[in-house]
Design a protein around this ligand. Structure first.
Ligand code: ASP
Length: 290
């Protein structure tokens, strides 16, 4: 049955069995209630996706926003993107240094510039001009939410994301990340790349998490809508197929997706993926493992 509204959240595909994720799950449960109240009202998919990702960034529970880790030079370079399915407008920031909410800056790029993606110094200048909240002291602000002890050279990862269908049938997707632990300075993953880590149109909204290089090489988020459009696949088949294509290259991770009927898919090929789903029919579910 088609759902008037539906939403899914993720907190990254980095979880491992030797940890529990109770506080992350409790926080996501509270976010589902907040999102549900917004969607029961007149909020747009775009506003709900922004609000959810902003809260996930601020929680410090995931490798995004406050919970992000510094790169190999000790600098916090963050990536984020957002896409509005109804208009196919999109905004993104890459290697952004010094601001609390990369997703807020990405949304401003979408709404206040003729561009889609701003990176590095240009992104900082833009965020400053639009009075986005600064991080005064990175070492005091960030509380790296590493999912486990990471060996030198190991590339563990985490991200947050939201996909939403609202009562008007509009879809939106938003994704924000600190990227890979120990990443090289200047490294940019799939998260700020529209089509790789984030996508929304009138068919589906998708937010990815996992080893970004592989998601870029498989163009995962856009592959989900392509499979729906050209191969007439269901959301579930399209999401699983796009992810399998990435996994065949040797990557791990997962994605969350919602379609125009309010169907939700949350496939992953990693050990776990912090995730939460809700719809107008009363569905509320939060999980980390299978
Ligand atoms: N995809 C992100 C990146 O490669 C990391 C993640 O989702 O865990 O930057």
């Amino acid at each position: 049955m088609a759902q008037a509204w539906a939403m899914a959240l993720h907190g990254g595909a980095g979880p491992v069995r030797d940890k529990t994720y109770e506080r992350e799950e409790a926080h996501m449960r509270a976010l589902l209630d907040e999102g549900a109240a917004m969607l029961d009202g007149a909020s747009s998919a775009l506003d709900v996706a922004t609000t959810m990702v902003k809260a996930l960034e601020a929680s410090g529970f995931h490798i995004a926003g406050k919970g992000a880790s510094a790169n190999a030079d000790g600098v916090w370079e963050l990536d984020a993107s957002i896409m509005d399915g109804a208009t196919r407008k999109a905004g993104a920031v890459a290697a952004l240094v010094g601001f609390e909410s990369p997703i807020e800056v990405a949304r401003a790029v979408m709404e206040k510039t003729p561009h889609v993606l701003l990176a590095g110094a240009g992104a900082v200048a833009f965020a400053e001009k639009h009075a986005m909240t600064r991080v005064a002291d990175p070492h005091a602000y960030y509380t790296p939410a590493t999912s486990r002890l990471v060996a030198p050279g190991e590339l563990a990862h985490g991200t947050v994301g939201a996909v939403v269908k609202d009562k008007q049938g509009r879809l939106a997707a938003a994704t924000s990340t600190g990227g890979l632990l120990n990443k090289m300075p200047g490294r940019i993953g799939d998260t700020p790349l529209i089509g790789a880590g984030t996508w929304a149109d009138t068919r589906c909204a998708v937010s990815c998490t996992g080893q970004g290089e592989l998601f870029i090489r498989a163009n995962v988020a856009a592959d989900v809508t392509a499979r729906i459009l050209y191969a007439r696949q269901s959301l579930h088949a399209a999401a699983a197929g796009a992810l399998a294509d990435m996994a065949a290259l040797g990557g791990d991770g997962g994605l969350i997706a919602v379609d125009a009927d309010g169907e939700i898919a949350t496939p992953f090929v990693s050990e776990g993926m912090k995730r939460a789903v809700a719809n107008a029919g009363g569905l509320r579910d939060v999980r980390t493992f299978r």
